[in-house]
Design a protein around this ligand. Structure first.
Ligand code: FAD
Length: 281
């Protein structure tokens, strides 16, 4: 049985908005570094809205001796701005990017010189060669704007063929969707690691809101149990830890190439899931 210590883990954070948030995130990172992540990534607001905060957080992670990865979205961007930002990231010592299209908040016009993440991946490769390890996003339960499930797998394969080294999935609670997606991607010519993205369950309203927006399905049995707990946060937390630890356990036992946690800037749930996985092995 694979040991969690041998399965690479990575942690995702978002840039804090306040000095208090930044301080709390420093403590979160220190707690999670005990699990020796392969890298820690920081999200990037589409349209560059969080760029300064993203880069500042990545800088701190690098200064803490960890591999800091920057998410990078291209919606609304021009070649000139992307070129400039890539130069900044290279100068900072960043070696890994999560290259995305992103979603512009409503009210922004589309604009920009990149249509899909595939175009960004190709541009980064042309501009920077192998300076960056490029991650892309994958959607086992189908991206909400995809024309069809098949078209989405083909779009994913095209972005890998444009030069991505590996992928991280949208979170899911149904392992069959993940394994099916990986098989289909493989059949479409994808031979890079597709790492499952894992969302710890800590709040039922937050999870429902995110899932509706990003097209991740919460299975009926999970949704109903969460609804049944009402605002009993201790029961939600305890149930969430059991469900997500089992999910990770199944994935690791099946031999996934890594686990990427959407930490939501909290060390508690992710750290507890890691500890439980370790105990089971
Ligand atoms: P793409 O791969 O470009 O796909 C977008 C849509 O276009 C899909 O429906 C796809 O099927 C379709 N498509 C692609 N190519 C074609 C084509 N040639 N013809 C027709 N249709 C096509 N968002 C942020 O703003 N900041 C972040 O930091 C961030 N981090 C993320 C990290 C992960 C691991 C994941 C899974 C998502 C993240 N997102 C982030 C969300 C992401 O930006 C959105 O899901 C966005 O809607 C799609 O981005 P993408 O890179 O997957 O797009």
């Amino acid at each position: 049985m694979p040991n969690i210590a041998k399965v690479p883990v990575s942690f995702e954070f978002f840039p804090p908005k306040t000095p208090e948030g930044a301080e709390k995130l420093r403590a979160t990172r220190q707690a999670l570094y005990a699990h020796t992540p392969e890298f820690c990534s920081v999200t990037f607001g589409a349209g560059g809205s969080t760029q300064a905060g993203t880069f500042a957080t990545v800088k701190e992670i690098l200064a803490e001796g960890q591999q800091g990865a920057s998410h990078f979205s291209c919606v609304g961007a021009t070649r000139a701005t992307v070129r400039e930002q890539l130069a900044v990231l290279r100068a900072m010592g960043v070696k890994r990017l999560v290259a995305l299209r992103g979603d512009l908040p409503s009210g922004y016009g589309a604009g920009g010189e990149f249509q899909y993440a595939r175009d960004l991946v190709a541009f980064i490769r042309a501009e920077a060669g192998d300076a960056f390890h490029i991650e892309v996003a994958a959607y086992p339960e189908v991206h909400p704007q995809a024309r069809s499930a098949d078209a989405d797998v083909k779009a994913f394969a095209a972005k890998v063929q444009a030069g991505a080294d590996s992928a991280i999935t949208q979170y899911f609670f149904n392992t069959d969707a993940y394994f099916r997606f990986v098989d289909e991607a493989h059949a479409a010519g994808v031979d890079v690691p597709v790492v499952p993205g894992i969302m710890p369950i800590t709040s039922s309203t937050q999870l429902m809101r995110f899932s509706d927006a990003c097209g991740a399905e919460i299975p009926r049995w999970i949704r109903l149990r969460l609804q049944g707990f009402g605002d009993d946060t201790a029961s939600i937390r305890s149930f969430g830890l059991d469900v997500v630890t089992d999910l990770c356990d199944q994935l690791i036992t099946a031999g996934v190439p890594g686990i990427h946690f959407y930490t939501m800037n909290q060390a508690g749930a992710t750290g507890e899931i890691m500890a439980r996985l370790q105990q089971r092995r």
